[in-house]
Design a protein around this ligand. Structure first.
Ligand SMILES: Cc1ncc(C[n+]2csc(CCOP(=O)(O)OP(=O)(O)O)c2C)c(N)n1
Ligand SMILES: [Mg+2]
Length: 1018
């Protein structure tokens, strides 16, 4: 409605001016209209328009549709016609644009300002609501109410007006309303509107509050030349539609009993995508990342991405894939989840790189990954204006409307550190989701309405009209390259068979399927059209069909002896990285002292003229002091040193999540703010000369866990030389992204042979803040860990592959130096694994949670330097320098995380000499070798597992079988000899009462350190 508002605002302003400035004009306004001077059409189809009557000035309103204003306008127009200077300048402009042409053109008589305005409203109604009348449903089953504002009668026109001529033209408007539009009859105008807005494409774009963008679309939608493809283009479109259709027919014929989630009913998706990719390539796109669900995936893989057909066919052979000797296959996945990438030639003679991202069944979960991966590609290809790399997401109608991650992902699209310059969304809208009808599946009119919140244009298209599909697909590509923002193509189609090939759809949609059974395919419809319009002969078409069939058959016969090539699990940047079957060198992570000092200075220095908050200034002074003295390095500085050293080594570091720039606990201050100018300064951006601004990225995120974690995961998969981290506000909230943990992070490598070194920081720890700010649900991450609890793998350092074979690492680190090393270890190795960190809250400022700079360096003799050099410590032995054999120690307490400091404190207070406390810093994979080393050191000790979490949570159930396996081999007892000390089992993660929390903590320490043996479990 922006035009309406603008016009009525113009009227309001002019009216106010008139009233305030020129009394003689007021008189004119009040003068009664000259009867019959203007032909004012008051008759209507439905109701008569009120006859204008003069009213007192005090009751004048500015709505030009009511009689009062019309009188006013007529008067004003008459005055303007007599003397353009007699009216306010704004009215002068107004009249010149609306009726200037009409009054001066021969042949048009009697077009009033009222009529001009009503015509404009009519045009506008088509622009806004024309899609409601568009013929979108190939089955013709949709029953939509045609909006009243598309009815001529509403505007006071009658059939008698249809052959009258009108002029229509507005300055600074494109399309129908553009200046210098030829004079047309109302009938012609209407026809054009119907053709543009109510054909097989329904355009929704008038919600976009930007005139240039609307004009861009208007120009293309309201073009005088109706859409038309050349003979040559039509042949390509036909060929592509034949491929799409024959592919499904072929699979159905050869493997009738196998699930493939065929595309039948939506075959035009394939020519649509191909036209979109060709057009995108013509206008600068070089690489496309695709995410899509099950429906039509094999067709897209074969026909769009160009995965060799023989390979696709060979994967249907169930026997074949069992034993691929010598090939790392992981645990695999069903074929309609697999990803792949290929270079594909385009119509314009270029090549475009396509990668289809592997995904789980969880609909839409892959969306943020695609966007994150696209963003990473843009970073690595210096694609500053984001035109070379593009993301495409294909959706189902049910899932696009129903899954919240769609909205969460859409909301990343305009954020500076997440934008990819626009994703193109294609909805395969088959008007059903499994067995659920749209009326039961969504409250919105269209399944795409969610995208309106982002001001994305939405092109609904009848999936039976392949040329219309091709057209909107091209238009979407143009939009994306022009405005660098999201756009949606909604292909309204149908699903010819059941949800999968074995499903009976008539159980639940009998009427729809009656229609579908008799409905010709999109290919049949197109072929008929082409033959009937004489564009192609039946023979021409048969030739293409035969060609396609022959190739399919040839590929099928080749598929029988197709030998899978070495899995393509390492893409370009990953050359040289090791699969879990190849042993990888373990590298030290210590850094030269001079580098530590140099980067230490850089990260603690604030530019002279920058005026930080005085609290921040103090923090930075303390940090500088830590670096200078080499003592008392805290968590935040430990982390910053890890980032800084990785960056100076040439790696990209990216940390995102809610409030990560400052840090939820106000500890990080990675970005500081000038208190006078509001300018920001990020010390980690200034480590090297001319450092690329994005090389270190720290970014507050949208308030989403699912999409942001998914985005970072996608980002991390592009290039191994990047440390990508996502931090939850509190670990508790990570379960909002549970699908990413379950379906991707814990199992992605095993299913799809794609590695990631993503780091997930989950603030965790019982400090009395209640049930929702205490637990990151450590137990869940450990439960998903795949190291065998009853089998100790090879632990000899040079042969050890334990960490490569395990799906991820879960750590609960207790010193800044160890945090530094575990982050650096993510990069300093020849494979990538996700790292789950139970990160601290109160240790961030704990007096004892400090490290010396010497623990970060690689100098022999320094603390932390052991036989292998300086590395991450999977287990930290008791801080007292115990010998290799300590027979007097009567209790060995094993624990993890911050409870260590509480126990140690209590031990000191009680001056206990007979208790040793060891920290298991890496819970998974379990450090059997180091645990056994400690068990041997304390041969007479009672073995305790102490945790702050309730018994049914925390690490207990993970630790117990592994620790007992370690004990059993040393003759130290069974699982019952592990004494549990911790909170009792509980439904809630933590108490909401601080006093109860404190008591629980006291009890826990009392029990762990009690002089008598601990009775457990009975
Ligand atoms: C998150 C999630 N919930 C439920 C399912 C089970 N499921 C598989 S397909 C499907 C229907 C999807 O409908 P739609 O998005 O319209 O796609 P279509 O199958 O019609 O192409 C459902 C509910 C799923 N795969 N993922
Ligand atoms: Mg559907």
């Amino acid at each position: 409605m922006s035009w309406f508002r603008a016009a009525s605002a113009a009227a309001r302003i002019a009216l106010r001016r008139n009233l305030a400035q020129s009394p003689h004009r007021i008189t004119r306004i009040l003068a009664p209209p000259l009867s019959g001077a203007r032909s004012f059409h008051s008759s209507a189809f439905k109701a008569a328009t009120p006859v204008p009557r003069p009213v007192p000035l005090s009751r004048l309103t500015d709505s030009f549709l009511n009689g009062t204003s019309s009188v006013y306008l007529e008067e004003l127009q008459r005055a303007w016609e007599a003397d353009p200077d007699s009216v306010d300048e704004s009215w002068d402009n107004f009249f010149r644009n609306f009726v200037g042409q009409a009054t001066t053109s021969p042949g048009i008589s009697g077009q009033t300002i009222q009529e001009s305005m009503r015509l404009l409203l009519l045009v506008r109604a088509y622009q806004v609501n024309g899609h409601m009348k568009a013929k979108l449903d190939p089955l013709g089953l949709e029953q939509r109410q045609i909006p009243e504002d598309l009815d001529l009668a509403l505007y006071g026109f009658t059939e008698a007006d249809l052959d009258r001529e009108f002029f229509l033209g507005v300055w600074q408007m494109a399309g129908f309303l553009s200046e210098n539009r030829p004079i047309q009859t109302l009938r012609e105008i209407l026809n054009r509107l119907e053709q543009a807005y109510c054909g097989t494409i329904g355009y929704e774009y008038m919600h976009i509050p930007d005139r240039d963008k609307c004009n861009f679309l208007r120009e293309r939608i309201e073009t005088i030349k109706p859409r038309g493809y050349s003979q040559e283009r039509r042949e390509v479109i036909l060929d592509r539609l034949i491929w799409s259709s024959q592919f499904e027919n072929f699979l159905a014929k050869k493997w009738p009993a196998q699930k493939r989630f065929g595309l039948e009913g939506a075959e035009t998706l394939i020519p649509g995508m191909k036209e979109m990719f060709d057009r995108s390539s013509d206008i600068g796109v070089e690489s496309i990342v695709i995410g899509m669900p099950h429906r039509g995936r094999l067709n897209v893989l074969g026909n769009v991405v160009r995965k060799p057909l023989r390979q696709i066919f060979s994967e249907f052979d169930k026997k074949k894939h069992k034993d691929e000797d010598g090939l790392y296959t992981g645990t695999g996945d069903v074929k309609y989840h697999l990803g792949t990438s290929y270079d594909r030639p385009t119509r314009g003679g270029k090549r475009i790189h396509l990668s289809l991202v592997a995904n789980p069944s969880h609909l839409e979960a892959v969306d943020p990954l695609v966007v994150g991966k696209t963003r990473a590609k843009q970073y690595y290809s210096d694609d500053a204006n984001r035109t070379k790399n593009m993301g495409i997401l294909i959706h189902g109608d049910g899932s696009f409307a129903g899954q919240g991650v769609v909205y969460e992902t859409l909301h990343l699209s305009g954020l500076p550190n997440y934008t990819t310059g626009g994703t193109i969304h294609i909805v395969v809208n088959n008007q059903v989701a499994f067995t659920t009808n749209p009326e039961a599946g969504r409250s919105s009119q269209y399944c795409t309405d969610v995208a309106k919140a982002l001001n994305a244009p939405i092109f609904h298209v009848n999936g039976d009209d392949v040329e219309a599909v091709a057209h909107v697909c091209e238009l979407a590509a143009e939009w994306r390259q022009t405005f660098h923002s999201d756009v949606v193509v909604d292909i309204v189609c149908y699903r010819r068979h059941g949800h999968n090939e074995g499903d009976e759809p008539s159980f639940t949609q009998p009427k729809m399927y009656q229609v579908i059974r008799n409905h010709p395919s999109a290919l049949e419809i197109y072929e008929k059209n082409l033959v009937e319009s004489g564009i192609f002969s039946k023979d021409d078409i048969d030739k293409i069909n035969n060609k396609v069939n022959t190739i399919l058959e040839e590929e099928f016969s080749h598929s029988k002896d197709y030998i899978p090539i070495k899995r393509d699990w390492l893409s370009a940047y990953w050359a040289g990285f090791k699969s879990p079957e190849q042993i990888s060198r373990i590298r030290n992570t210590g850094v030269k002292p001079e580098i530590l000092k140099r980067v230490g200075e850089a990260i603690t220095t604030i530019p002279e003229n920058f005026k930080p908050h005085k609290g921040i200034k103090r923090v930075f002074e303390q940090r500088a002091q830590m670096i200078q003295s080499g003592e008392g390095i805290d968590w935040a500085v430990g982390e910053a040193l890890a980032f800084a050293t990785l960056i100076v080594e040439g790696n990209h570091v990216r940390l995102s999540g809610q409030d990560v720039e400052r840090g939820t606990f106000s500890h990080r201050h990675a970005v500081i703010h000038d208190q006078e100018t509001g300018e920001i300064y990020c010390p980690l951006d200034h480590l090297t000369m001319n450092q690329n601004e994005e090389m270190f990225t720290v970014s507050n995120s949208s308030l989403s866990e699912f999409a942001v974690l998914g985005f970072e995961l996608g980002y991390s998969m592009e290039n191994p030389n990047s440390l990508v981290l996502w931090e939850a506000q509190f670990g508790d909230f990570a379960n909002g992204a549970q699908v990413i943990f379950d379906q991707f992070l814990s199992s992605g490598e095993s299913k799809w042979l794609r590695q990631t070194g993503l780091v997930v920081l989950l603030p965790h720890g019982y400090d009395g803040q209640g049930p929702e700010h205490s637990s990151a649900r450590l137990e869940r991450f450990l439960q998903m860990s795949d190291d065998n609890p009853y089998l100790i793998p090879e632990m000899e350092p040079t042969l050890r592959k334990q960490i490569q074979e395990c799906n991820w690492q879960v750590v609960n680190v207790t010193t800044p130096a160890n945090y530094f090393h575990v982050l650096r270890r993510q990069i300093h190795r020849e494979f990538r694994k996700p790292l789950i960190v139970m990160s601290p809250k109160n240790l961030l400022r704990h007096k004892d949670c400090k490290s010396n700079l010497s623990e970060f360096d690689d100098v022999a003799g320094h603390i932390g330097f052991d036989k292998q050099g300086t590395r991450f410590k999977r287990l930290i032995k008791d801080r007292n320098t115990h010998k290799d054999l300590e027979e007097d120690i009567s209790r060995l307490v094993l624990c993890s995380g911050k409870v260590y400091y509480e126990l140690d404190d209590e031990r000191t207070k009680r001056d206990l000499k007979n208790v040793a406390i060891c920290r298991v810093e890496q819970l998974c994979p379990f450090p059997y070798d180091l645990v056994q080393r400690e068990l041997k050191r304390y041969p007479n000790a009672e073995i305790v597992w102490c945790q702050e979490e309730p018994m049914n949570m925390g690490a207990y159930h993970y630790i117990a079988p592994r620790l007992s396996t370690a004990m059993r081999l040393l003759g130290r007892g069974t699982i019952e000899d592990i004494k549990y000390v911790g909170r009792a089992p509980s439904a809630s993660t933590a108490t909401g009462f601080f006093s109860v929390h404190e008591k629980e903590l006291r009890d826990l320490a009392d029990k762990a350190l009690q002089p008598d043996p601990i009775q457990f479990p009975f």
